[in-house]
Write a protein that binds this ligand. Structure first.
Ligand SMILES: [Zn+2]
Length: 406
C-alpha cells in the first residue's frame, strides 16, 4: 500500500514536470493535424519593441519573450501582426518619427529572413505565404496619436504596409477617447470620423481595442467596413474597461466584425485583477524594479514586467491564471457574438501571459482545448484565422468600392 502510494506520488510529480517542460506531447493527433493544417492568425504582438535596440533577431530561438521564427514554426503561427506602439503621451512629429523607425524595424526583420518571412498586406497574400511555407508578417499601428492629426501620415503608413490602426491606446488622442482616460471628445470628433472614412478607403482595418465605448459606437456607425478588435476580451468575465461588453460584441458582430481574444491575465481573470487592485504597492514595487532593470528600454520593461509578475505569482502575492481562461473567453464570445466573429489577438511580448500559454509554441493547446469542448474542426479553423481573413477580405472589398467611386 505504501509502495503503491509512493508510485502514485512519483507519477504525479513527473507528469507535473513534463507538463511544465513541454506541452506538445499532450496534444492529440486530431488536434495536431487540424492545427498544423490551419492558417493561424494573431492580430497583436508587441515583439517590435525588441527589435529596437538591435540586439534581438527573430531568426534565433530566444529563451525570453514569446515570439521568434523557430517558435512561430513550432506553434504554426502563420500570420502575425507586429504592433507599432509607443505610449499615448508621445505625440506630434516625435510620434511619427518613432512609428517610422518601428515600421522600418519590422520590414528589416522581413528582409533579413526571406526564407521564413514575407510582408503581407492582404488576406490573399497571407494565403500565398502559407502556400510558400512562409510566415506572413503584417503591421498594425496601436494608437491614433501616431498620425499627428494628419491624414497624409495615415496614408504614408498604409503605403508602407500598415493594415490596421487602433484608434487610441490607453490615453485619449486629439480626436478619439480611450477606455482608460477621462472622456474629452464624447467618442470620435468630426476629424476622428474622417480618419475612419479614410481608413475605409485605404483598406486599413479600423481597430477598436482600447477605445471608449462611445468611440466604438461612433466608429461602428461611421465605418463602411467591419471593424476589428485586435486584442480585446470579454467584460462579462473580467471587468476591464478595455474589454468588450456582450452588447458591444453583438453589435460589432452584426456589422461583420471580429473580436480577437487577448491573453493578458489582467484582462482574462477578475480574480487576478481584484488581487492587483487590492495591493497597489505591488505595482509600485514592480515599476521601480523595472526602471532598475531596464531604464527606459520598453522592450526590456515588457519582458521583465512579465517575469516579475510571474515571481509575484510564485510567491503567492497574485493568483495563478491558467491558459484555459483564454478558452473561457473564446467560448463566451462565440456564444454572444457567434462563431464567425471570434479570433486570436495574444498581446504576446506586451503583456503577462497565463500559465500554459507562455509563447507561440503553445498555440496547438488552443486547438486541443476547443476540440475537447466540442467545437467542430471547421469552427476551430474559423477561430484560428479564417474569421480574420474574412474581415480582411471584406475591408479590401469596401476599399476597392470606395476607390472606384461607387
Ligand atoms: Zn494594447
Amino acid at each position: 500500500m505504501v509502495r503503491a502510494l509512493l508510485l502514485v506520488a512519483v507519477c504525479v510529480s513527473s507528469a507535473g514536470l513534463l507538463g511544465l517542460a513541454v506541452s506538445a506531447d499532450s496534444i492529440s493527433e486530431q488536434a495536431r493535424k487540424l492545427h498544423f493544417s490551419s492558417i493561424v492568425v494573431d492580430t497583436h504582438d508587441d515583439t517590435t519593441q525588441r527589435f529596437l535596440d538591435g540586439k534581438f533577431d527573430l531568426g534565433t530561438r530566444s529563451s525570453s519573450g514569446s515570439i521568434d521564427i523557430p517558435r512561430m514554426r513550432d506553434g504554426n503561427l502563420s500570420a502575425i501582426f507586429f504592433s507599432i506602439w509607443m505610449p499615448s503621451k508621445v505625440t506630434g512629429s516625435e510620434a511619427v518619427n518613432r512609428a517610422l523607425v518601428q515600421i522600418d524595424a519590422v520590414r528589416e526583420q522581413v528582409r533579413r529572413h526571406p526564407k521564413d518571412l514575407v510582408l503581407a498586406t492582404t488576406a490573399a497574400e497571407i494565403r500565398e505565404a502559407r502556400k510558400q511555407g512562409k510566415i506572413a508578417a503584417l503591421m498594425g499601428v496601436e494608437g491614433g496619436h501616431m498620425i499627428n492629426s494628419d491624414l497624409g501620415v495615415l496614408r504614408s503608413y498604409a503605403a508602407l504596409g500598415v493594415r490596421y490602426m487602433t484608434l487610441t491606446h490607453s490615453g485619449n488622442d486629439e480626436w478619439a477617447d480611450s477606455s482608460t482616460d477621462k472622456p474629452a471628445h464624447n467618442g470620435l470628433t468630426d476629424f476622428g470620423k474622417d480618419v475612419v472614412r479614410e481608413m475605409n478607403r485605404l483598406g486599413v482595418m479600423v481597430d477598436i481595442s482600447h477605445v471608449s465605448d462611445k468611440t466604438f459606437y461612433d466608429a461602428l456607425e461611421v465605418s463602411k467596413a467591419p471593424l476589428l478588435a485586435s486584442h480585446s476580451s470579454c467584460r462579462a468575465i473580467c471587468n476591464a474597461a478595455r474589454n468588450m461588453t456582450d452588447q458591444m460584441m453583438k453589435d460589432h458582430a452584426a456589422k461583420g466584425g471580429v473580436v480577437q481574444i487577448n491573453y493578458h491575465v489582467g484582462f482574462l481573470s477578475q480574480e487576478f485583477r481584484d488581487a492587483e487592485n487590492a495591493n497597489p504597492e505591488l505595482d509600485k514595487a514592480r515599476s521601480a524594479e523595472l526602471v532598475k532593470r531596464c531604464g527606459d528600454n520598453q522592450g526590456c520593461q515588457i519582458l521583465e514586467g512579465d517575469r516579475i509578475t510571474r515571481e509575484y505569482v510564485e510567491q503567492g502575492k497574485l493568483p495563478r491564471v491558467d491558459f484555459t481562461k483564454i478558452i473561457e473567453h473564446i467560448d463566451h464570445a462565440v456564444k454572444v457574438a457567434g462563431i464567425d466573429h471570434v479570433g486570436l489577438g495574444s498581446d504576446f511580448d506586451g503583456a503577462n501571459m497565463p500559465y500554459g500559454m507562455e509563447d507561440a509554441t503553445k498555440l496547438p493547446k488552443i486547438t486541443e482545448a476547443l476540440l475537447q469542448k466540442g467545437y467542430s474542426e471547421g469552427d476551430v479553423k474559423k477561430i484560428l484565422g479564417e474569421n480574420t481573413l474574412r474581415v480582411m477580405t471584406e475591408v479590401e472589398r469596401v476599399s476597392r468600392e470606395l476607390n472606384s467611386g461607387k
